[in-house]
Ligand binder design. Sequence first.
Ligand SMILES: C[C@H](N)C(=O)N[C@H](CCC(=O)O)C(=O)O
Ligand SMILES: [Mg+2]
Length: 365
Amino acid sequence: MKITDITLGMLRVPLSTPFKTALRTVESVDDIIVSIHTDSGHVGHGEAAPTAVITGDTHGAIVAAISTVIAPRLIGREVADLNALTHLVQTALARNTSAKAAVEIALYDLFAQLHGAPLYRILGGGNPVLSTDITISVNDVDTMVADALSAVRRGYESLKIKIGTDPAKDLERVREIHAAVDGRASLRLDANQGWTPKQAVRAIRQLEDAGIHAELLEQPVKAHDLAGMKFVTDRVHTPVMADESVFGPVELIELIRMRAADIVNIKLMKSGGLSNAIKLADIAGLHGMDCAIGCMIETGISVAAAAHLAVAKADIITKVDLDGPSLCAWTPVEGGVTFDGPRISIADAPGLGIRAIRGLVALQD
Ligand SMILES: C[C@H](N)C(=O)N[C@H](CCC(=O)O)C(=O)O
Ligand SMILES: [Mg+2]
C-alpha cells in the first residue's frame, strides 16, 4: 500500500450552543480534513483543529505545513513503514502539532486498514466502549446550572465545568451547580489558565472546606507556569490536572520531575498525533500518573482516533473528555465511532471505520 496523494478539505459544523472557556468563544467546528490516498484505493482520514489560543495553529498554517512541508515527504512511501512515516512527520518541522496530528491520524487509519483491524486492536486491544464527560461552558450562573441539569438528565455522570473568569464568580458557579446536581455527577473544573496560583489555592480550599470535592482541577494557571502548577498541587487535596502545560513527552517529563500536577490531559492536537500520545501515556503509566484524554473543538474523525487510543490504553487513560462530536449540531462522519450522549462505541471495522464525511469542501492545491 503506497501513498499516492494527500488532499485537504474544510469541514464546518455549527455547534448546538456556543462553546465558551476562559480563553475563547467558538460557535462552530472549522477544521482541516486530511485524506491520504493509496495505490490500493484505500483512503485514510485525519483532522486538524486550528486552536490558535492553545496550540498557535491557524487554518493557513495547518494547510501550509501539510501541503508544502509534510506531504512531499510522504508521497511514494509504504504505509507498512508506519514508524518511519511518523518519524518523517514529527521531524518535518517544529511545533505545528495540529497539522502533524491530522497526518498521523490518517496514517494510523491506513495502517490499521492494511492489517484489516480496527485501530484500537492494532494499538493493543481492549473493550471498545467508553464513557465521556460533557463540557458546561462558562456563562452566568443560572445558564450553567440549567446546562448541568440538562446534561445529568441526558445521562452524563461527569461534568466538565468551565471556570477561570473571576474567582468569586467561579466559586458561585461551582457551588450552585454542586447543589443542583446533588451528587448525580462528578464535577471536573477547568479554569483554562484563568487564575493565579494564589487565587487557585484560595478558591479550591474554600470549596473543600465547604465539603465540595471536585474530581479534579484542570489547568488553573498559565501554561508556562509549572512552578505555579506545583504551588497549587502542593496545597490542595483536589487532584490537579495539566492540560495546556503539557504538549509532548518533554513537557511531561519535566512536570513529573517537578511533581507539578497529579494528572495529565493528553490531546492529539497538542501531542502532534498518536505516536507521541502513546509515549505520553506510557511515560505517565511508568510513573503511576493517571491520564485523561481530551479534545479541542473537533468532530468524530480526530476524536475517533483519540477514542481508539483511550480503549487501547484504558489501564492508564482513566478519564475521558471526548465530547467534541456531541457538541456539534449534526454528525458529519458516517461509520466508525458512535457518540451517543456519554456513550462512545467503536464499530468492528478496519482502521477508524469512516465510510463518508458529509459537508466536506475540497481545498485546491
Ligand atoms: C472540548 C473539550 N471538552 C474541552 O473542553 N477542551 C478544552 C479546549 C478546547 C478548545 O478551546 O478548543 C480544554 O480542555 O481546555
Ligand atoms: Mg482543558
